[in-house]
Design a protein around this ligand. Structure first.
Ligand SMILES: Nc1ncnc2c1ncn2[C@@H]1O[C@H](COP(=O)(O)OP(=O)(O)O)[C@@H](O)[C@H]1O
Ligand SMILES: [Mg+2]
Length: 347
């Protein structure tokens, strides 16, 4: 190969690529590299043009014939920084001249995914640890001081039961989240009558609503509410939303599930069905709204835990709605209540 053929080849590569000649000057930078570094780098020394020690050391080593390989390179930009993995490869041309080829691949997205994974593991461990610590403490006490006292024993056992159900709910929600995530790209294929489904949810939750003195009702205009969906997952969506409305809406406050069919706009163009889950609780401050569907995000984590929440409900809802190519919209007014609105395309 000659330098000219190399130039032509590099021009066709979408990633930034740079060729450094035997004299240590930048002999070629493809359009993506020029966009990244600027056109001024042509014919400059690579030390001046690239500046980062790790990369410069590696290029130097490769040109001495020591070793090729990858090195990280970060480029600050207005939105933070872009992280590249740079492959540094030695080259020899037909005329025996040599040089070093750099290939930059953008790995920022991998970086983000890795960070999310680490956060998630830390969160799960944290959530499991407190009930586990409580359980261990009570086992200890039951073995020792409380051994002979039947009343204390019963009291501790009931707390232990509560803590283990909390762990059980958490594990259940984690499994459900991972199942929903793995199916997210699979299109649902059942015909589901949303009106009947939402009725089922209301019947299931009615005893809980009555216990807390909240009226739980459905409002549906007459019409056809059949959509293409996954029955179990959609049941999970409306169970989660209605349970939240009851829990966070508060005792004695009504909860309504309102259905209407209509025409969608924008990305949801075509016939759609919308279900609004409306509560008359204290509402949610605007700053929390965009984050509610993040895993483990809670407005008041103490209150959520006290009510048996895992902080995963809305994350699961969001994934299921995405799988159905629908949209979840949350609106809330402090002191007046919240509406969680799910819009689903009919086919
Ligand atoms: N209807 C609602 N009214 C007020 N806050 C709500 C409502 N629904 C959800 N939230 C807030 O969103 C958080 C996340 O909800 P979710 O993911 O279902 O978790 P969980 O209910 O397990 O805490 C809750 O902890 C609560 O702070
Ligand atoms: Mg919930």
């Amino acid at each position: 190969m000659s330098l000219d053929t190399l130039k032509a080849a590099l021009a066709a590569v979408p990633d930034p690529m740079i060729f450094i000649d035997g004299a240590g000057l930048i002999a070629e930078a493809n359009p993506a590299a020029e966009a990244l570094f600027g056109t001024w780098i042509m014919r400059r020394s690579y030390v001046a043009a690239l500046r980062q020690p790790a990369l410069i050391d590696r290029i130097e080593a490769v040109s001495r014939g020591v070793e090729g390989g990858d090195v990280r390179f970060t480029k600050p930009d207005p939105a933070g920084e872009t992280v590249f993995r740079v492959r540094v490869t030695p080259m020899t041309f037909e005329d025996k001249s040599t040089g070093v080829l750099l290939h930059f691949s953008d790995v920022s997205h991998l970086q983000d995914a890795e960070e999310m994974r680490r956060d998630f593991v830390a969160n799960v461990s944290h959530e499991l640890r407190s009930p586990l610590t409580a359980l261990m403490g009570f086992i200890e006490t039951l073995r020792g001081p409380a051994r002979e006292d039947a009343e204390v024993r019963d009291h501790f056992l009931s707390i232990m039961e509560e803590q283990s159900s909390r762990m059980n709910r958490l594990v259940g929600d984690l499994l459900s989240l991972s199942r929903v995530e793995s199916e997210e790209r699979l299109r649902p294929s059942e015909d589901v009558d949303l009106n009947a489904l939402v009725n089922g949810v209301v019947v299931t939750l009615r005893p809980q609503a009555e216990d807390q003195g909240s009226a739980l009702t459905i409002a549906a205009e007459p019409g056809d509410y059949t959509i293409r969906g996954d029955r179990d997952q959609l049941t999970q969506v409306f169970m989660n939303l209605a349970e939240n409305a009851l829990k966070y809406g508060g005792a004695g406050r009504p909860v309504t599930l309102a259905l209407h069919a209509g025409e969608g706009r924008g990305a949801l163009k075509g016939p759609v069905v919308t279900v609004d889950v409306i509560d008359r609780g204290n509402g949610i401050e605007a700053l929390h709204l965009p984050r509610l569907t993040e895993r483990f995000y809670r407005v008041d984590s103490h209150r959520s835990r006290e009510m048996g929440g895992t902080g995963l409900g809305l994350a699961i809802v969001k994934h299921i709605v995405n799988r159905h190519r629908g949209r979840l919209k949350i609106s809330s007014e402090k002191g007046r209540g919240s509406t969680f609105s799910v819009t689903l395309p009919r086919s």
